[in-house]
Design a protein around this ligand. Sequence first.
Ligand SMILES: O=C(NO)N[C@@H](Cc1ccccc1)C(=O)O
Ligand SMILES: [Zn+2]
Length: 157
Amino acid sequence: TRILPIAAADEPILHQPARAVTDLSDPAIQRLLDDMLATLQAANGVGIAAPQVFAPLRIIIAASRPNPRYPDAPLMEPVVMVNPQILWQSAETCTGWEGCLSVPGLRSPLARSARLRVRYLTRRGDSVEADYEGFIARIIQHECDHLDGILFVERVE
Ligand SMILES: O=C(NO)N[C@@H](Cc1ccccc1)C(=O)O
Ligand SMILES: [Zn+2]
């Protein structure tokens, strides 16, 4: 397992859409998942998207936990989502602080849907549909934006 370099905001890869994963059994993909998790934890992050580690693939990890960067983040088991699709998101929004490992030192309040339903593949290839709300729903929206080449700073009014 390696801690990978994290792309800064000016890197082109962060401004282009990522491609769907077609072969989850590829050992390189499984290794990438492990490396993304190690990289996320080393950075005290609560989420990460594959383009941030220069992999143009539709993979995100949401891993909210209280840490120095987000002391009141809820604790959750890290969830790897391959080819995530937001099936539904509430019109109701809530505003909260966001940061990005690719935009160090900048935080901004941002409105996001309060609740969402997402379909994704687990790292073992099982299809799952799950509902999320609050800070974890925020993380998932932030990470899914990365898969479409969108940074949170582009959404700040
Ligand atoms: O850069 C990333 N993810 O892409 N990591 C962010 C994730 C995040 C998302 C939304 C709100 C707060 C934090 C982080 O600071 O750990
Ligand atoms: Zn980010």
